[in-house]
Write a protein that binds this ligand. Structure first.
Ligand code: PLP
Length: 407
């Protein structure tokens, strides 16, 4: 692979046009869309319109006149083709952690009598914390198992299985259809965390038999820092489940102001409080960046980008770094991790050179590939810069070793 090859791939890229939908600073190669998606070019104007014209001009009438009240469901409709959901199966609200709590609690309540929640022991910590917190409230047991032990851990005592689709560290993709089938066969409910897969790889929730899922809005969906999360509930399950956080926005008739709680029919019952309109406006602009994009093309480019990066890093860096993600592209999400004993310092030195990735303890340098805005030549150049940073030893400076709060 040479720079000319990478440029040829860019010239032939059917998604090449989409990078104009984003604004990135000159001189930056941004490989951290798996943590915080880049700014969509239309977001500033979209937010300014909601602030100035709607909030500033139309004030409270906007809840009706601009349908603010329906945005949690309207904005979610843009997400449906990205994850393979049917209309009315998605809603946007809260954070991923809170959404997880809601769906996990609803699931275990619907499977009362069963005492176990299965989790993947190396999953993102918030998922484990939520499961353990809920289990201690309800006197249930959390069974944390390795990534290859999920299927055998599912038995008649399991109420729910909580698992990330793509592992936040290794990038491993878990087999959604297989876990769903095992959960279904045992009468339990699987809940998927799609934070690292939605908008990055192909997902067909319906074809995979998924019944419950959550995911965050600020990574590959480009909804901005702290963007709200989404919840997916299979339409045939919705009326069987109750949200544990009963609030007026999930009521069948919020403006009746009656004393008794009656859950809304359908997905709206998973809402709790007043939707965050500015955050929804930003997420809507983030989701608009997927308009006209075939998810098969997006997934294909994701695999090509990560493969190019792996090949170029291994060719340029030799044994100095070790691939800690699957080699098989079909088993990988859209990020790649390489380990290095001073991974934090190496990543800081890369960032100082304009190549932005992130670091996950203890020694993992994580590089995310957002097929909408990353080009093949940028990814190739990033691998070259990594090789330079390692061969010059420029990472070995005290300023690159001082840990910031956010890594
Ligand atoms: C798999 C996964 N779940 C959840 C979260 C974060 O949850 P929240 O949006 O509540 O901060 C992350 C954050 O990176 C994540 O990677």
């Amino acid at each position: 692979m040479t720079v000319d090859d990478a440029e040829a791939l860019d010239a032939a890229d059917p998604l090449g046009f989409a990078s104009a939908r984003f604004r990135l600073p000159d001189g930056v190669i941004y490989l951290d869309g798996n943590s915080l998606g880049a700014l969509p070019a239309m977001t500033p104007a979209a937010l300014a319109d909601v602030v100035n014209r709607q909030w500033g001009g139309d004030l409270i009438a906007s809840w009706n006149d601009h349908s603010w009240i329906d945005w949690p469901i309207h904005v979610a409709a843009r997400l449906a083709p990205i994850v393979g959901a049917r209309p009315g199966e998605l809603v946007i609200a809260d954070s991923t952690s809170v959404s997880l709590f809601k769906l996990l609690a609803a699931a275990v309540q619907a499977r009362s009598g069963r005492r176990t929640i299965v989790v993947q022991q190396r999953d993102f910590p918030t998922d484990l914390y939520v499961a353990r917190g809920l289990a201690s409230m309800l006197d249930l047991e959390v069974r944390a198992v390795g990534p290859d032990e999920i299927l055998e851990a599912i038995n008649e005592d399991v109420a729910a299985v909580l698992i990330s689709h793509v592992d936040y560290r290794s990038g491993v993709v878990h087999d959604m259809a297989a876990v769903n089938a095992a959960a279904h066969a045992s009468g339990s409910l699987a809940i998927w965390d799609l934070s690292h897969s939605a908008g990055a790889i192909e997902i067909d929730l319906i074809a995979a038999g998924t019944r419950l899922a959550v995911g965050c809005g600020y990574k590959y969906l480009n909804g901005g820092p702290g963007a709200p999360a989404f919840m997916f509930v299979d339409r045939d399950l919705q009326d069987e489940l109750r949200s544990p956080l009963q609030g007026w926005m999930g009521h069948a008739d919020p403006f009746a102001f009656v004393d008794d709680y009656r859950p809304a029919p359908g997905i709206a019952r998973f809402l709790t409080g007043t939707p965050s309109i500015l955050a929804l406006a930003a997420l809507d602009a983030g989701l608009a960046t997927f308009e006209g994009i075939a998810m098969t093309a997006l997934a294909a480019k994701s695999r090509q980008l990560s493969q190019l990066f792996i090949d170029a890093v291994e060719a340029g860096c030799g044994n100095e770094v070790r691939l800690a993600s699957p080699r098989d592209p079909a088993r990988r999400g859209s990020h790649v991790v390489f380990s290095h004993f001073e991974g934090y310092a190496v990543m800081q030195a890369l960032i100082a050179r304009g190549v932005i990735g992130d670091f996950r303890a203890p020694d993992l340098m994580r590089f995310g590939f957002a097929p909408l805005y990353n080009s093949f030549s940028d990814v190739f150049r990033a691998a070259e810069i990594l090789a330079e940073v390692l061969s010059t030893g420029e990472w070995d400076e005290p300023r690159f070793k001082a840990r910031s709060k956010v890594t």
